[in-house]
Design a protein around this ligand. Sequence first.
Ligand code: PTJ
Length: 249
Amino acid sequence: MDDIAADPSHPRYASLLMRHRLEVAAEKGMLAGSAMIAHGRGEAFDYLLGERTTTSALQATRQALATLQAAKKPVLSINGNVAALACDEMLRLANALSCAVEVNIFYRTPERMKAILDHMNERKHVLGLEVPVLGHAPDARIPGLEGPRAACHRDGILESDAILVPLEDGDRCQALVAMGKEVIVIDLNPLSRSAQQATITIVDELSRALGNMLDFTASEGTLEVDSDYNHIAVLEEGVNEMLNAFKRP
Ligand code: PTJ
């Protein structure tokens, strides 16, 4: 899938690969105008983390996976950046959870929706997965949100009880929490409104977090929800990891 000039032995290969994926997605018309800005902000926070998964991020990842596994009707939300960076991982995770993915974007245009849906369906076909890809025919709205970004599927986001929304915008995260859902965010910025408002926030790079979830699924099967999980305490550990960046060996 990735036709990238850089050598995998390059110390910054993972970062170069993600940038390459965004460039390809931009050419296909999948990305919002501000997608690169959002990515750059994420990269800056990842530098402070040392571009690695921290212990607290792993704790959040386990709780997120356990919560999705325990849900009656989980759904995985896809925006332009997520489709560009980690389409295959999202499809594989949905397959493992036997749930749908739903394309639901902030800067909604018919052209971008089509480009993202085409990409998701093409990758689903290549991977040979039977995952429902929603977003093509929204028949419901997220209460409390104005404009086209509220459009969603009744059988997907609207009726879900747990939702994974990587790189989410604060308003929509708040609206989903207000609907009583378990809202799981992946966001490298622990201070973002989404990170603060979600039920569970994984402060980690998107593809690393999804890779860890897939590894846990393969190695451990069904995980236990931790009833003592403390969202704010785990977030604070993420902030402390960044503040202590200079003290790391
Ligand atoms: O495709 P659309 O229209 O839905 O738009 C998608 C973007 C991401 C452009 C839109 O939702 C947006 O503007 O998002 P924000 O408000 O900039 O928030 C994105 C958050 O994701 C920021 O806090 C970044 O730090 C974080 N982030 C960016 N890249 C990654 C990331 N977190 C984890 N992994 C990444 N690769």
